[in-house]
Design a protein around this ligand. Structure first.
Ligand SMILES: Cc1cc2nc3c(=O)[nH]c(=O)nc-3n(C[C@H](O)[C@H](O)[C@H](O)COP(=O)(O)OP(=O)(O)OC[C@H]3O[C@@H](n4cnc5c(N)ncnc54)[C@H](O)[C@@H]3O)c2cc1C
Length: 326
């Protein structure tokens, strides 16, 4: 049987979640090392249109599995369906989003399939003819590489780690429609609510100056605001720690559970660079980080690394800019 790389598409409220196209990009990278076809699987109560959208954009084969009990996501049903369908596809690797949904079903699915499960994957590479996966550990302070011994491997892919796949599909992909009915016995979904609205001020700014816990106290936000004011179309944002401390409103939070931003310039002041923060800002055009710790993880994704105390550096920087503009 032909082996495959399988992508599990994610959708919400009748629309594909953008990370689905990042999963496809990850699958294309895996395909460089394992030359086998890619198939996409999408589950839901009515997902035929979404399946056609993926097939049209990618030229890939999409298997749409419809179950009337999947009006809202249910991890038990996902594991039951995928546990049965995936072995038919002989997957070498199964790519799932590292989101609340992906975390929920990926490990249990791995147990059912006897697969390795590597979560929070940010990068992959080849060593001695085998694929290795990299993920952050200890809140982003260290990275760890994993190599798996046998197929299949389930990976959950950190949103923002792979640039959305662009396909030059000359032919439309195909859609295979299957209808199943699995009732969940152990849990019942009561619905999914969005935690917050994204702040348009943060998502639409050309320059985002983001404060981390390293600002020390709420009063120091004033320095961050003065820095942002140097740039037209700028906004002040923050890490989750800063928003948890109520120094900034929740709608200013950047990251996995906050806003995803891609301004031309992102300045991270006193932010350690946990993978959950990086997921929301990694695609910014140019990244400057100011941190007293030369080993801070934020420097791994920064174009300019300033190893300084922000309370000393930023006022001097503002003064120099104001003088040069005078
Ligand atoms: C499920 C989940 C979802 C999450 N979602 C998000 C999210 O959406 N967004 C997010 O940001 N986090 C998120 N987090 C939290 C994340 O893991 C980190 O805890 C958080 O990002 C850390 O915030 P921080 O960098 O501001 O603080 P810290 O980790 O405390 O880092 C402070 C940094 O400031 C530096 N510093 C200290 N003093 C100074 C100074 N005077 N000058 C310069 N630098 C200084 C320190 O060296 C350190 O690197 C999430 C976590 C989980 C588990």
């Amino acid at each position: 049987m032909t082996k495959r790389i399988v992508v599990i598409a994610e959708h919400f409220n009748g629309r594909l979640v953008p990370v689905t196209f990042e999963l496809l990009a990850c699958a294309l990278e895996i395909q460089r090392f394992r030359q086998v076809p890619i198939s996409v699987v999408i589950l839901g109560d009515r997902v035929e249109d979404l399946a056609h959208e993926i097939a049209g954009a990618s030229g890939l084969e999409v298997i749409a599995i419809q179950d009337p009990d999947l009006i809202t996501y249910n991890g038990e049903i996902y594991k039951n369906i995928l546990g049965e369908v995936l072995p038919e596809l002989s997957p070498v690797c199964i790519c799932i989003a590292h989101t609340g949904q992906g975390w929920d079903f990926a490990p249990g699915l791995a147990v059912r399939l006897g697969a390795a499960c590597i979560t929070g994957v940010e990068r992959l590479f080849e060593e001695d003819g085998r694929i290795c996966f990299t993920r952050a550990i200890f809140g982003g302070k260290l990275v760890a590489d994993f190599r798996v011994a046998s197929d299949p491997t389930i990976i959950t892919v950190q949103p923002g780690s792979f640039k959305k796949a662009s396909f030059e599909a000359r032919t439309l992909g195909s859609v295979i429609l299957r209808t199943v009915s699995y009732q969940s016995r152990q849990s019942r979904s009561l619905g999914i609510k969005r935690a917050k609205e994204e702040s348009s001020a943060v998502t639409e700014a050309d320059v985002v100056v983001s404060a981390g816990k390293g600002i020390g106290r709420k009063e120091n936000l004033e320095i961050i605001e003065r820095l942002a004011a140097l740039f037209p179309k700028s906004a002040v944002a923050g890490s989750r720690s800063v928003c948890d401390s109520k120094w900034l409103d929740r709608n200013r939070q950047v990251g996995l559970t906050g806003a995803s931003v891609n301004p031309r310039l992102y300045i991270a002041a006193g932010i350690s660079g946990a993978s959950q923060h990086i997921a929301g800002m990694r695609s910014s055009g140019f990244i400057v980080a100011i941190n007293t710790d030369p080993n801070a993880a934020i420097f791994n994704v920064s174009d300019v690394c300033v190893v300084e105390d922000l309370t000393a550096f930023i006022p001097v920087f503002i003064e120099a800019c104001e003088k040069s503009n005078a």
